[in-house]
Write a protein that binds this ligand. Structure first.
Ligand code: HEM
Length: 484
């Protein structure tokens, strides 16, 4: 975060001719000389913060329309965030090494929930060490072992939805993704311990969903109240940690071959390069990180997918046609999930059009040149996921939901970035896409759904994520018969 600017001159970037010349670039008088930063709106930091908190997408689009491809936003109390929307600039940021740009420092407010040894809040060597330990369990064959959990939790929702009329997609998707991620990370099956864990995690996460969560954490840093016996957040966190530690101890006591197949089993077996094993503290933070990062994001991405798919009869027809041709009217199996290229394109296109996280952030630690500007220490550079995805030169008619784009062309890792990129790219990308595929394939095989008449989903902030204001309201028309 930037609090003051001790900055040297830099080269101003070219901006479109149509822009107001007064907004072209900002020369700021700083302690060591003038600084030229990309332009920002002539609005106070408080106003920009409120706009970004309550109307995030409209605010970013308004800035881009008035300020051009590269601009700054000022968020009161949080700092200056330079928005990058050109693929080449984003590539340069993602390619920079861990000592030049830090992401963990920007995320440090999250440590009250995810802990101080979470991969999300670390940088440089400690980050590389945790990342290396966590990646293998979240991809490939291991990920596919969670197919049954994903499908059975989705079928439970299909049963609840049958005959229910109008339903909110986001709540149901949250239930699926939370239950799946608890099963996948701890190997717990339904029962009293599972229920306590589910309710504790849901309550813990409720604290981070407020539109102003990050601002409130900045104003009232939770770490200062860490030992509070009164604040419900800390009471809940302690209860949650006690359950987790009991789970770790129980599984650690079992011979390896008797431990349930889950992320915890892999982490218990992980050996760092120096031969040491993960401590309970590191295990706790790794598991909570996965529970927190992998649950709401995927649920909101699914809620948005329904919002985009259901009003389009042509897209629904193609999804169902592809499913029927692969499954022959049965429930989709593990093998079937690999054979659904159109559904895969639908998911990629919905993650492009409705991004769950509008930008990622990197704090400059060593001077770096990007797109004609030279950024000194303490500036925050933000590859803008939303504005990159709305570029007409990459995605003609960018607001149009057209899954075929992803069948016609392969996009570079800095052209399609719902999961960020570089050495901080989302560790759960493969897991999330796989889970979305299993959930959508199962629901479209078992139910006929439509969008509720007149429903409107405005993008609203839920902590760091963006979700649909109405929760994405659907109407369940009828059950589709499936062969046994
Ligand atoms: C559709 C669902 C998801 C979206 C849109 C999403 C998006 C993101 C984004 C944008 C980042 C930051 C990347 C960057 O800074 O460049 C991130 C980081 C991360 N995500 Fe996800 N994510 C999703 C699902 C998941 C899942 C399912 C998991 C775990 C099972 C997960 C675990 C993580 C972790 C651990 C990080 C931190 C990586 C690091 O700092 O090295 N995410 N995610």
């Amino acid at each position: 975060m930037i609090h003051e600017r001790r900055i040297r001159p830099a080269i101003s970037a070219e901006l479109p001719e149509t822009l107001d010349p007064q907004l072209r670039s900002r020369e700021v008088t700083a302690m060591t000389g003038p600084l030229v930063l990309p332009p920002s709106l002539p609005q106070s930091g408080v106003r920009q913060l409120l706009r970004y908190s309550f109307w995030p997408i409209e605010f970013l689009e308004d800035c881009a329309a008035r300020l051009g491809e590269t601009f700054s936003i000022e968020l009161a109390g949080l700092g200056t965030f330079v928005q990058l929307t050109r693929p080449d600039d984003i590539r340069d940021v993602f390619k920079a090494d861990e000592t030049t740009l830090h992401a963990g420092e920007v995320n440090v407010l999250l440590s009250s929930v995810v802990g101080t040894s979470s991969v999300l809040v670390l940088d440089e060597k400690p980050h590389v060490r945790q990342r290396k330990a966590m990646l293998p369990p979240l991809k490939g064959e291991r990920m596919r072992t969670f197919f049954d959990a994903m499908r059975s939790e989705t079928l439970a929702i299909a049963d609840q939805w049958t005959g229910a009329g109008v339903v909110r997609a986001d709540k149901a998707m949250q239930s699926i993704t939370l239950r799946v991620i608890i099963r996948a990370s701890l190997g717990l099956e339904s029962g009293p311990e599972f229920d306590v864990m589910q309710s504790a995690m849901a309550k813990l996460l409720a604290h981070v969903r407020h539109p102003l969560a990050l601002v409130m954490w900045k104003l009232f840093p939770l770490a200062r109240f860490e030992n509070s016996k009164i604040l419900p957040f800390f009471r809940m966190r302690r209860k949650f940690d006690t359950i987790l530690n009991a789970c770790f101890d129980r599984q650690r006591a079992l011979p390896e071959e008797q431990r349930p197949e889950c992320l915890l089993k892999d982490l218990l077996a992980t050996q760092y390069d120096d031969g040491s094993r993960m401590s309970n503290h590191e295990l706790r933070d790794a598991i909570v990180t996965v529970l927190a990062a992998g649950h709401d994001t995927t649920a909101l991405a699914l809620a948005w997918a329904f919002e985009l798919i259901l009003p389009r009869a042509d897209v629904v027809a193609k999804i169902v046609e592809e499913l029927d041709s692969v499954t022959d009217g049965h429930l989709p199996s593990l093998e079937d999930i690999e054979k659904l290229p159109y559904l895969d394109a639908v998911i990629r296109e919905s993650l492009r059009v409705r991004n769950v996280i509008p930008m990622v952030a990197r704090l400059v630690k060593k001077e770096i040149s990007v797109g004609g500007f030279s950024y000194p220490k303490d500036i925050v550079l933000c590859p803008s996921i939303h504005l990159l995805h709305m570029r007409g030169d990459l995605y003609p008619e960018p607001k149009l939901f057209r899954p075929e784009r992803f069948l016609e062309r392969k996009f570079a890792p800095y052209e399609w970035i719902p999961f960020g990129g570089g050495n901080r790219a989302c560790l759960g990308q493969a897991f999330a896409i796989y889970e979305m595929k299993v959930v959508l394939a199962t629901l479209f095989s078992t139910l006929r759904l439509e969008r509720r008449d007149g429903a409107v989903s405005r993008p609203v902030r839920r902590g760091v994520s963006i979700g649909p204001s109405d929760g994405s309201l659907l109407r369940v028309i009828e059950r589709r018969p499936t062969k046994s």
